[in-house]
Ligand binder design. Structure first.
Ligand code: C2E
Ligand code: CA
Ligand code: CA
Ligand code: CA
Length: 382
């Protein structure tokens, strides 16, 4: 997405032009007209989107758009929209096209449909977020934070999970819940995950250089990979590239995937996971127990570690049944040869009980919150 600065009278597109992108008005005013400019359809202001129909249908512009004063536009490239549409539910795509066509007819005064304002508002918000994410990627504003993973018995540090934060130019930190869903929908997640991967490998190497103790241990770093990476074998080359560029030994890197990535359980997914393991990088199943996996089908996937979700910890604290459930999960995981990490440990008594149950590793606020790279490195000063 890029921005376009216009003055009064500038033509954005003419009726009959091929439609290659849509626009959002950031500032100023745009007039949409037909019939050679004689029939005014609408005046658009900040927050309005236009020019999207031609790119949805791959057709030509059915109207002319002209700026009436100093105007700032954000362009939305057609291929990006096409990309998003290709990844969307066909029903949603149909609905979207219908809504947009109806909106057009309405703006021409053909029919009155009561189009939900909140629907368009949400769409515009999403487009703005997308542009911000793209800019943030260019400015390298995504930053890896590191949360310790410790041995539950001896409380010794075993590794770190890298967790993305968006450090905006005004210094505020945005947590992943506020931008990952958008980034996943428009595929930007790939670049985010790769930037975090490189940062995580580099930080781990720095940590090993700084601390002989860390170097002598099996210290590892884990990164989160969105489900869509597991459909594309190119991610294996990206991992190799990150290891080569940073010099991190493969055995010190783990990749976390969620059950969603396994849902399709296609041969392609298995081949990507095998490719990752062939590099010597280990694979963890994250958020275990929140999705659809059963230990029964897990053996089909070449996975090393199960990360047991915090909800199991909460269930355990809730009573005897929850405790038994966790014991059963840990026992089965062990029987199937998985390493286990329990996430979201906040209290000492919970850590003690989990250690007794035989869970080897733990992660949670009790042992440390995600911290920025400099703080993580400082904790390794020898
Ligand atoms: P996750 O992978 O399950 O990460 C664990 C989340 O639990 C983190 O939230 C972490 O800060 C939080 N947490 C850790 N200890 C505790 C605790 O004791 N109590 C509680 N209540 N929470 C705890 P965060 O950092 O906000 O990340 C949220 C999710 O965003 C992650 O869940 C992961 O699914 C996703 N994510 C984070 N970084 C990345 C990334 O670089 N790439 C991708 N694709 N996803 C990421
Ligand atoms: Ca994770
Ligand atoms: Ca998790
Ligand atoms: Ca989680």
């Amino acid at each position: 997405m890029s921005q376009l600065v216009l003055v009064a009278g500038d033509v954005i597109f003419r009726e009959g032009d091929p439609g290659t992108c849509a626009y959002m008005v950031e500032f100023g005013e745009v007039e949409i007209s037909t019939d050679g400019g004689t029939r005014l359809l609408s005046k658009l202001g900040p927050g309005d989107l236009f020019g999207e129909v031609a790119i949805l249908d791959g057709g030509v512009r059915t109207a002319t758009a002209v700026a009436t004063g100093d105007t700032l536009l954000t362009t939305v490239a057609g291929e990006d929209l096409a990309n998003r549409l290709a990844n969307s539910d066909p029903v949603v795509v149909h609905l979207m096209k219908t809504v947009i066509r109806r909106q057009i007819r309405q703006s021409r005064g053909d029919v009155d449909t009561g189009l939900s304002a909140s629907l368009t508002d949400r769409a515009l918000l999403e487009l703005r977020r997308e542009r911000e994410i793209r800019e943030a990627l260019e400015r390298r504003e995504f930053e890896a934070f590191f949360q310790p993973i410790v041995g539950l018995e001896d409380r010794v540090l075993r590794g770190y999970e890298a967790l993305v934060r968006w450090r905006r130019s005004d210094g505020t930190l945005v947590s992943p819940a506020d931008f990952l869903p958008v980034a996943e929908r428009n595929n930007r997640i790939r670049e985010i995950d790769l930037q975090i991967l490189h940062q995580a490998c580099r930080a781990a190497v720095d940590c090993l250089r700084r601390s002989p103790r860390a170097a002598a241990s099996d210290l590892f770093v884990t990164v989160n990979f969105a489900p869509l990476h597991f459909r594309d074998h190119a991610i294996v080359d990206e991992l190799q590239r990150a290891l080569t560029a940073t010099g991190l030994p493969a055995r010190r890197l783990k990749v976390e995937l969620t059950e969603t990535a396994l849902l399709e359980s296609s041969d392609a997914t298995i081949s990507v996971i095998n490719g990752i393991r062939a590099l010597g990088v280990r694979v963890c199943l994250d958020d275990f127990g929140t999705g659809y996996s059963s230990l029964g089908y897990l053996h089909r996937f070449p996975i090393d570690t199960l990360k047991i979700d915090r909800s199991f910890v909460l269930a355990m604290m809730n009573g005897e049944r929850g405790r038994k459930l966790l014991v059963a999960v840990l026992d089965m995981a062990r029987a199937l040869g998985f390493d286990t990490v329990v996430e979201g440990i906040e209290d000492e008594p919970v850590a003690v009980v989990l250690a007794k149950m035989g869970c080897a590793l733990g992660q949670g606020y009790l042992f440390g919150r995600p911290m920025e790279r400099s703080r993580m490195l400082a904790s390794h000063r020898s």
